[in-house]
Design a protein around this ligand. Structure first.
Ligand SMILES: *[C@@H]1O[C@H](CO)[C@@H](O)[C@H](O)[C@H]1NC(C)=O
Length: 405
């Protein structure tokens, strides 16, 4: 009996130790966040073990969450939901039922998941799309682009671009009764990366006549050159997205070759011949003082054994993967941007740097910075892990689109 009790106590202590994680004071509903983070961490540990024993690729295990959260397309009183394809790329389409005598708005939505996991059919994404369609009387096209590591860069980008250009054709806008002056592209995390890259490419694509009105970038990933910005340094162990996981996502986007991951972890993946590119991601000049704190800027060093990486994986220097690499003149004329950043996010500084570069290029930017939350929080909208801040961020986003799209 006593030994059973001892085992129970020991086990409880171990579980509590595993779940407990010191979090910044101003994060709300800490226990929910810890539980969710522990669940997510367990999946990552399972993935690491599965990979170590050669059973499954790490990302195959991470993908289990996407399957677990999958829901079928279900129409309701307000919105018709269907799975279909645009230009042979799968999309989930949301068409509002209400009649309107004017043409509708449209949102092209790109889900997050580090280019490796996630889908339009995950419950939080599906709900957000349905809400957007209903509240804004908008057509929502949520894109199921192919994922890494099976499909490396540029395939995920190309899939998204193919859907966007297909939808923007006059005959399709007419078919869905969409007003060509009221179209937005929107995405979170890796989806924000794809949204920013799509907006840039569209601006200079002579074959597309329709212009986007708005780009929404929700805690976007915007550059792979420097994985040692102050936000990477300060938030490497925050909930959901650790620095290691982000480096893993980045490297898997380009290749499954582990040497890129190792190089990115040590931030020595960009050769010195390319050092001029760092001016576009120079956090010393692009971040507000309060975020730099006492961090000292230096150009990331190269390791000579890594100099072949950019030759092997040219995506590393490709603006379609790192929208922050675009030169200033390529940013001028981009659609108005709504950018969300979170304090406790390795990607926070990517967002801040893009905001400051877009503004310098004369692009109108609305920047919503949340100083009390972390990356991926918008996925926390369902029981038992629903947190109020996720609903507040969503509400603000929808209200803003209501008045601006
Ligand atoms: C980065 O910005 C700082 C401060 O403006 C400047 O001194 C430094 O030379 C810049 N470095 C690069 C690589 O652009």
């Amino acid at each position: 009996m006593a030994s059973k009790l001892l085992c129970f106590v020991l086990l409880s202590v171990l579980v509590a130790y595993y779940i407990y994680k010191p979090l910044p004071d101003n994060i709300e509903e800490k226990w929910k966040v810890m539980l969710m983070d522990a669940a997510f961490r367990s999946l990552a540990h399972l993935g690491t073990f599965a990979e170590m024993f050669g059973v499954k690729h790490f990302m195959d295990v991470m993908m289990l969450l996407t399957y677990a959260e999958h829901i079928e397309p279900i129409s309701d009183n307000h919105v018709i939901v269907t799975d279909t394809t645009f230009n042979s790329v799968p999309v989930r389409l949301y068409v509002p039922k209400g009649q309107s005598n004017t043409r509708r708005r449209a949102i092209l939505y790109i889900h997050g998941g580090g280019w490796c996991v996630g889908s339009a059919g995950m419950k939080p994404y599906d709900q957000l799309s349905k809400q957007s369609a209903h509240r804004l009387n908008a057509i929502v096209v949520s894109i199921n682009y192919r994922l890494a590591p099976k499909f490396h860069f540029p395939i995920p980008f190309d899939d998204v671009y193919n859907v966007v250009t297909f939808f923007l054709q006059e005959k399709n806008l007419e078919k869905y009764s969409v007003d060509p002056n009221r179209i937005a592209v929107s995405g979170d995390s890796a989806g924000g990366n794809l949204a920013a890259a799509v907006a840039q490419k569209l601006l200079h694509d002579p074959e597309v006549n329709v212009k986007l009105k708005i780009q929404v970038l929700i805690y976007p990933v915007l550059q792979s050159l420097d994985l040692n910005t102050p936000s990477y340094r300060d938030n490497g162990y925050m909930p959901i997205l650790s620095r290691t996981l982000m480096a893993r996502f980045w490297s898997e986007y380009f290749t499954t070759d582990r040497s890129l991951f190792e190089a990115m972890m040590s931030n020595k993946h960009i050769p010195s011949q390319e050092a001029h590119l760092f001016k576009n991601v120079n956090w010393s000049s692009l971040l507000p003082e309060n975020l730099k704190k006492n961090h000292v800027y230096s150009i990331p060093a190269t390791d000579n054994k890594n100099t072949m990486l950019v030759k092997k994986y040219p995506g590393l220097l490709d603006v379609r993967a790192s929208p922050l690499l675009a030169e200033d003149e390529k940013l001028t004329g981009l659609p108005m941007a709504y950018v969300v950043t979170c304090m406790y996010d390795v990607l926070r500084d990517d967002g801040f740097m893009y905001v400051s570069r877009l503004r310098k290029a004369g692009v109108q930017v609305v920047h919503e910075h949340y100083d009390n939350t972390f990356h991926g929080v918008l996925l926390m909208t369902n029981w038992p892990f629903d947190v109020s801040i996720a609903h507040r961020i969503e509400e603000k986003y929808l209200n803003w689109l209501e008045s601006n799209l």
